[in-house]
Ligand binder design. Structure first.
Ligand SMILES: [Zn+2]
Length: 272
């Protein structure tokens, strides 16, 4: 995987330089807990990866000693992209929930991405929604992603792919709609707890959830109305992400750009 990623990155760098553009840096969005300072992917349960020094591995393959290489969690990068460029513009307190095989979230509080003490925050997919529920890839039980992750959703609908699920839902297939509503309810259970804790304005549904947001929102709204203490004064809005599948990539690009804006001298000193 890293060989292929390095080959893609080398092609992209060559292409950009051929067009006379200067490359300010690169950032990789990873589906797991990361240590951005050390450049290490600590654990990614759904990839079966643990303790991979992604930055060193890529640096060895790319042979670009002066090029800034960064990593971050893909859910964090997607949340930053929605905050800066997408559905989160103008919002200060929201969750960006990305549905893939896992369920990740970026937590934005007071207009800033909140990372927690070690950068491990936002793992909404591993919030317990059923104490004695199904086993999860993380080693726990009853995590949200065992109910609302893409694999669980596709299995509940009896379909093989997200495209098939969407086609069936658009055609009004009862099984597909029920599976989406049920996944939405589980999302609402988890997001209701998050809303009680954090007093959120909105839940932004991204990744694979974005094109299915309308169907998921129905079950979510019901659970939020039921579970959020302050629901008399309103529950968080459930809105689709604006950037869809590209959000993590755009967030990675925006992260590099922000670093340049924060410290323009670093780019001037770096080799081209
Ligand atoms: Zn889990």
């Amino acid at each position: 995987v890293l060989d292929r990623l390095a080959a893609l990155a080398a092609d992209a760098l060559q292409d950009l330089r051929a067009r006379g553009l200067r490359v300010a840096g690169t950032a990789v969005a990873l589906p797991g807990l990361t240590d951005p300072e050390a450049g290490v992917l600590l654990v990614a349960p759904n990839l079966g990866w643990g303790e991979v020094p992604v930055v060193d591995e890529l640096r060895a393959r790319l042979r670009e000693p002066g090029l800034p290489l960064m990593i971050d969690n893909e859910a964090n990068l997607a949340a930053l992209a929605e905050l800066w460029l997408g559905a989160g513009r103008g919002l200060r307190d929201f969750l960006h929930v990305s549905g893939e095989i896992g369920v990740g979230a970026g937590v934005v509080l007071g207009g800033e991405l909140w990372r927690g003490a070690r950068g491990f925050g936002g793992e909404l997919g591993h919030l317990t929604v059923e104490p004695d529920g199904r086993p999860c890839a993380c080693g726990s039980r009853g995590c949200l992603e065992t109910r609302a992750g893409l694999d669980a959703l596709l299995a509940a609908a009896g379909v093989a792919s997200r495209e098939e699920l969407q086609t069936r839902a658009e055609a009004g297939d009862a099984g597909a709609l029920e599976a989406l509503r049920e996944a939405g309810r589980w999302l609402g259970v988890a997001c209701g707890s998050a809303a009680n804790l954090l007093d959120l304005e909105a839940i932004v549904l991204g990744g694979a959830y974005a094109p299915m947001a309308d169907w998921l929102a129905e079950g979510m709204q019901e659970e939020l109305e039921l579970r959020v203490l302050g629901s008399r004064w309103g529950v968080p809005l459930v809105v689709p992400a604006a950037l869809g599948q590209e959000a993590a990539v755009r967030g990675a690009a925006a992260l590099v750009l922000r670093r340049v804006l924060d410290d323009p001298a670093a780019l001037a000193e770096a080799p081209a």
